[in-house]
Design a protein around this ligand. Sequence first.
Ligand code: ARG
Ligand code: ZN
Length: 889
Amino acid sequence: MREGSVTTLIRREDYQAPAFWIRTVDLTFDLDPAKTLVTAKMQIARNSAVAHGPLRLHGEELNLLRCLINGESVSFRQEGAELIIDNAPDADFALELRNTCAPEKNTTLSGLYTSGGSFFTQCEAEGFRRICYFLDRPDVMAVYTVTLRADKAKYPVLLSNGNLLESGDLDATRHFAKWHDPFPKPSYLFALVAGDLVAREQRVRTRAGKDHLLQVYVRRGDLEKTEHAMNSLIASMVWDEARFKLPLDLERFMVVGVSDFNMGAMENKGLNIFNTSALLASPATATDTDFNRIESIVAHEYFHNWTGNRVTCRDWFQLSLKEGLTVFRDQEFSMDMAGSPSARAVCRIADVRQLRAAQFPEDSGAMAHPVRPDSYSEINNFYTATVYDKGSEVVRMYQTLVGRAGFEKGMSLYFERHDGQAVTCDDFAQAIADANPGSALSLRLEAFKRWYSQAGTPRLQARGVYDAAAQTYTLSLTQHNPASPGQEHKLPQVIPVALGLLSEQGQVLPLQLQGSTEVSNEQVLVLEEAQQSFVFVGVASEPVPSLLRGFSAPVLLDDGLTDAQLLVLLQHDVDAFNRWEAGQRLALNRILAAVRSGTPLQLDGAFIQAMRAVLRHPELDAAFKEIALTLPGEAYIAEQLAVVDPQAIHAAVEAAQVQLAAALREDWITAFEANQIQGGYTPDPVSSGKRALANLALSMLVLDAQKSGDTVWPGRAYQRFKDAGNMTERLGALAALVNAHAELAEAALARFHELFKDDALVIDKWFALQGRTPEKDGRSFARVRQLLQHPDFTLKNPNRARSLIFSLCMFNPAAFHRADAAGYVFWAEQVLALDAINPQVAGRLARVMDRWNVLAEPYRSAALLAVQRVAAKPDLSPDVREIITRALA
Ligand code: ARG
Ligand code: ZN
């Protein structure tokens, strides 16, 4: 049963301030899984700036019991999901509402729901209206007082935002707790938790001398897996005070883990709620990647307290105001935590790989939208890589244009102006610009803001001409942003291009722009026209340009460099990002040539020699070697092609892998042996880099053994899998066997399951590994179908659904895109099945077909049929309906 199958489009330009303000709200919850009673008492005032009208409150799947104004009953109507009071007083008034909701039946995981016998909430973006009637929009900010009443034995812990005012017994079996949050907040930041949980606690004192209590709440057995999260939280507090002078503003800060959760985590004021996958870690159950991810998500949610909570969004079109900025902050934090320049570069490279794998395809597909979208029908569909990751790149460009100190000044002005307000992306841009008058940003602010309004990844072409006689080097930069849905023609964007020049021997050449006296080793050129030329003088020899250093703008660069020039950069560039990029380009060129010509890939000696040199390099560290020897992702390769044949791409990548495995066999052995770690586990960048390289080497050796018939390395991998002292090594060895389709893979998988059958997060890894196993004779796909029947599999838990189904449909192109269309049929079935349970998760899976239109035949026609099949279902959720409608537009 679905209310309102008609989808309405909400437009940014239609924004209107609310007709009423809710100043305070006093909530009382009588918690019961089947039927929870919610009493809400609000102080409401008319917004005199808006035309006189009725009070319209949002509500969804609520059962209304009472509606009083100033203590008297009042007439009201219900229109769709809204509660409308036509005769609301002109003067400030008290509104009392009472309703019930059914947490235990709430499988959407939005609003109030139960998980593992406890109560949790998720209110962003529009979940609060599933708890009680309210002005559920971010520009309505109220002060909350919350009383929770529940059975004492089942729910000994009762939490909400802010500070605990009082708690105690109600009778022999029930107890209560009363919380007050002094900061006015939008409803999406409300949270409550009730259950049988335990906490790791830590008292900390900030630089300013204030004391705080930090708590991480989890289920009983999980306490020892919270140490890393607690350390990450403390590190985040220290960092935000040091870097941005932003202290913790609450006496108590709580973090809670829940195993049923739609996203990673949520920044509710003083009560962050986390997917356990983003919170729990122990060396035996979590990989280095998990440890890193937890550190960055804990930081992300903590940083939201200022960028999101103290200053929030006026409306949901401004989502990137908080998300892009907070991702930027967590990326900066992770880099600072990594320490060494090389470890920082590895962080940056990982972030860019992620952007290219997820955001670039989004920006060229059916769901392409600007960082600040112009319209949506379901806001949950817009928690995207564009809003988050491209949004973060946009914030990074501010910092590149005004400098680090200038950016910090801009942030201070932003908080000075807007603390306690709900604002827009324009307000943020203005604050950064106003704090930096005369800067490269301020001079072009309006043009710069096209990054918020234009979708699509700009193509940047760079061509250099050297004049030996004049000793000048002329660099011509041209930009072009292809059309996106609803945006035919685009204006040039402001593109900061960080660059340096190297001699053909790899020496740094000093940079001096014609007409300038400034000489430096690196400069930031600002491209603002469709085409511009920059002339460098005093260039002693033909230079090799190192462009877009550190990935200074989120664009696709065509620099026309030859293999010889790329090799100079790979060997000598002082910018570690561009060193990595040069290696990737060498690989990409070869893969694309094979795919375009339809011939099998054959790696040349020069490329293999270059990769060998990286692997043998005495100074490069293991983490960099690993990331440099990892081939470009298949999604990013697809971005370079007008017509995409996923099988051809996969075949080329696989061939490159097999050839690298064979050609560098001796070097892989050396790398594997040289990167063993003795002693206890720590997730620091040096040790995790060594583990990553050893894992890559092992997977190459097992892959090569599969081809050559050798049994030594599969045997060693199995041994390592059995004896591993931590999950990174254990999973690495298991993956080496599984991905190579080694005979020992089956025994290892069975053993792994037996060992970890009681740890849901590890079983997720077991499903994910099988969902992502490279295809061989249709076996990987068949296995996924089979695993749907596994007793541990369920669609109801988002982590589990993602681990198997998303792994296949999103991260295993060769198993998914089948000539017989079985992958697409599978996708359609799973989207429909999930939609009946959890529309948000279903909407995410629906995104898989964003780019059906660029697929080669026979995939394209078959994919279209599957999309049409989903579209034909009459009662799709608005979430899935919007994605499918855009795919077919
Ligand atoms: N604000 C949360 C974060 O920063 C994400 C919450 C998104 N929730 C949703 N239902 N779309 O990570
Ligand atoms: Zn966020």
